[in-house]
Design a protein around this ligand. Structure first.
Ligand code: F6R
Length: 256
């Protein structure tokens, strides 16, 4: 099939994730060689799990160090206590941060415990910290069935910044298993905006399994459309779509 060169299709999620982890490692090493820190935008969810597993493996093999890495997570449920097992703080510790040499002061995850009045200032400070760190060198993304990136649900604007958002009913439905019932799934989240993500120097959007095939086709091949926030990324100068055979199964032949 003739597809744009920034669409990479792998046999399975493991092969894809190994390449993504190697790519992240090479960015860290390159920056390290010129004495620069690396600023990573990180995602949670099922999609990046094998990338984190491979990064931990590379760390244990002494192929990469995270001492000079600064991270900003895309989002956190709201309200959400960091010690709650479904918090994204708990997720990141369990799958990555507890197993590598990152300095906790370089880790940033939206605070799900704020009182509502304090959220706008927190979000502004989150944006400012990304800028002060030099901007995101690399943003790792999954995609929701609604087409969300981070928790930028349909109708999010390209200009949106870090803010409190309402979760789409489909997104909440997809989280039922994690929370033991819909009533326990938070209704809101604090999420980086589309613009925050778009400003990253490089983006990799990962999608695995047949469950993502419809939304991947729309996000990559249909007109840019606020109903599918991931479609904004078609215009990004340095985005790669990392797919497996299943998630790519509905892509149409396309001239590069
Ligand atoms: C996670 C995030 C979300 C997920 C998306 C896909 O931090 O911001 O956009 O990437 O919901 O979730 P999974 O990977 O569980 O299918």
């Amino acid at each position: 099939m003739n597809l744009k060169s920034n669409i990479k299709i792998y046999e399975n999620a493991l092969q894809a994730s190994i390449e993504v982890a190697q790519h992240i490692t090479s960015i860290i090493q390159k920056n390290e060689s010129v004495g620069k820190p690396t600023v990573l935008g990180l995602a949670t969810g099922n999609t990046p799990l094998l990338v984190y597993q491979e990064l931990v493996r590379l760390y244990h093999e002494k192929q990469v160090s995270f001492q000079k890495v600064i991270t900003f997570n895309l989002d956190e449920y709201y309200p959400m206590a960091p010690h709650h097992p479904q918090s994204y703080v708990a997720f990141m510790k369990k799958h990555l941060f507890d197993h590598i040499d990152i300095d906790w002061k370089n880790v940033h995850i939206p605070n799900g415990e704020l009182i509502t009045d304090d959220i706008p200032l927190f979000c502004k400070a989150y944006e400012d910290k990304i800028v002060a760190a030099g901007g995101l060198d690399f943003q790792l993304l999954g995609i929701g069935r609604t087409g969300h990136i981070g928790f930028n649900e349909p109708e999010s604007s390209l200009e949106s910044l870090t803010r409190l958002v309402d979760l789409n009913p489909i997104t909440r439905e997809d989280a039922i298993a994690d929370f033991n019932g819909l009533n326990n799934v938070p209704k809101q989240a604090i999420s980086m905006g589309v613009q925050t993500i778009y400003k990253a120097k490089e983006i990799m959007l990962l999608a695995f399994s047949e469950k993502k095939s419809d939304i991947i086709q729309k996000a990559i091949q249909e007109e840019v459309n606020p109903q599918v926030p991931a479609s904004y990324l078609q215009k990004h100068p340095n985005i790669t779509y990392i797919l497996d055979n299943e998630s790519a199964s509905k892509l149409k032949k396309q001239l590069s």
